[in-house]
Design a protein around this ligand. Structure first.
Ligand SMILES: *Cc1c(COP(=O)(O)O)cnc(C)c1O
Length: 407
């Protein structure tokens, strides 16, 4: 049987304490031991299934971690208080003073700022490269390189990483390939393609309600144990711990992720095709015009589609801003950062989520002023939404009358 992330989640069975159909929420920060020796053994990491203190593990956090490990096909997983609270401990666990990271240059603004501005203080250097060019990636690897870092589908430019190709490079040079899969849950399964560690911001599609912040690291038992070590584990010691109540609510939302992703993908694909036909510069991995369309197709779990993210170029920042305001007024969605909500969210990355990236570098990577990033919602009638957007585009002059007539 081939790997199916949603089936793997479905196949888990968790009973609550009194036979509840949902796992019980552990409302405790600390746990009792019947024997003093067990406590000592637990501190040394020699006991399975014992909880010590909730910064280490909680039953609720383990349940959510198990489900996410099942989704990605890893031995285990560790949930954290945010996506950044998952990404930063992973990088700090794998790298110390003198080490080097090769990272995609088109990554989430927070991750970029961490690698560009923060880790150099710890003498960890990063080379930012065009991740779509394996020759350039390999040329950036030095004898100090420890980590190859990318996003399966990058933020905000929707570049697609050749995970199989990167995994070959990682093996050859003994690097750990870390993939942020936040933009493409279910659609892409990086571990199956050779990645070593997968991280997610649960805040986005996985939770899907824009009411919670969370993150996860999916990896081998050995690596997750290292992160949780009371002696030198970055997750344990940096303390970005998820709350049990939150773990429980995110687990409940995770169960509908497959249905939501299919609808996000359907709607995004519908709009991307329409926008492109209208003559608007549109980037969506599901479009044949996308430079990595074939690559995405070769990696994807087909039934979940090409995801809910697309970008258009409105021509200028002024037009982009006018269009976003018009779309909010007409209730297409909200002018807000983040993604994965039931409503469409849109923002201009150059002046918001990617503003950490200096302007010259934005230009170099193709992040134009007029770029609008959309996280397409779960709209029931996407043709109706398209018609509303089209009216807004006409109103603010994004669609010329010429292209408008032809459609
Ligand atoms: C939002 C996001 C993050 C950071 O996650 P938080 O939960 O906000 O800390 C990391 N990577 C990507 C791709 C994201 O979109």
């Amino acid at each position: 049987m081939s790997f199916n992330p949603a089936d793997n989640i479905q196949d888990l069975q968790n009973f609550g304490e009194f036979g509840g159909v949902n796992p019980s929420i552990s409302d405790s920060s600390t746990y009792t031991f019947m024997a003093a020796k067990t406590m000592a053994d637990t501190f040394e990491g020699n006991t399975d299934g014992c909880h010590l203190y909730s910064r280490h593990t909680t039953p609720s956090n383990l349940c959510l971690g198990d489900a996410l490990a099942a989704m990605e096909g890893t031995e285990t997983a560790n949930v954290s208080a945010s996506g950044m609270g998952a990404i930063t401990p992973v990088l700090l666990q794998l790298c110390g003073a003198g080490d080097h990271i090769v990272s995609s240059r088109t990554i989430y603004g927070g991750t970029y700022a961490f690698l560009k501005n923060f880790t150099p203080r710890l003498a960890i250097q990063t080379s930012f490269v065009d991740i779509t060019n394996l020759e350039i990636v390999e040329a950036a690897i030095t004898e100090n390189t420890k980590v190859l870092y990318c996003e399966s589908v990058s933020n905000p430019l929707l570049e697609v990483a050749d995970i199989k190709g990167l995994a070959v490079l990682a093996k050859k040079h003994k690097l750990t390939l870390v993939v942020d899969n936040t933009f493409s849950p279910l659609s892409i399964s990086p571990i199956q393609l050779g990645a070593d560690v997968v991280v997610h911001s649960l805040t986005k599609f996985i939770n899907g309600s824009s009411d919670a912040v969370g993150g996860v690291v999916c990896g081998s038992q050995e690596f997750i144990d290292q992160l949780r070590s009371v002696i030198d584990g970055a997750c344990m010691l940096l303390g970005s711990t998820m709350d049990s109540l939150r773990a429980s609510s995110i687990l409940k939302n995770l169960r509908t992720l497959h249905i939501r992703m299919k609808q996000h993908s359907y709607n995004a694909s519908y709009l991307a095709n329409k926008f492109e036909a209208d003559g608007i510069k549109t980037v969506y991995p599901g479009l044949e015009s996308h430079p990595s369309h074939q690559l995405f197709t070769s990696m994807m779990n087909t039934e979940y589609g090409y995801g809910g993210m697309l970008t258009i170029d409105a021509g200028s920042l002024e037009k982009a801003n006018a269009l976003m305001e018009a779309m909010q007024q007409n209730n297409v969605g909200y002018l807000a950062v983040s993604l994965g909500f039931y409503k469409t969210l849109f923002s201009a990355p150059g002046t918001s989520t990617s503003s950490e990236i200096p302007e010259e570098e934005q230009v170099e990577m193709g992040l134009s002023d007029g770029l609008i990033r959309f996280s397409i919602g779960l709209d029931n009638n996407i043709e109706r939404t398209y018609q509303t957007i089209k009216t807004c585009m006409k109103e603010v002059g994004v669609l010329t009358s010429e292209s408008f007539v032809s459609n």
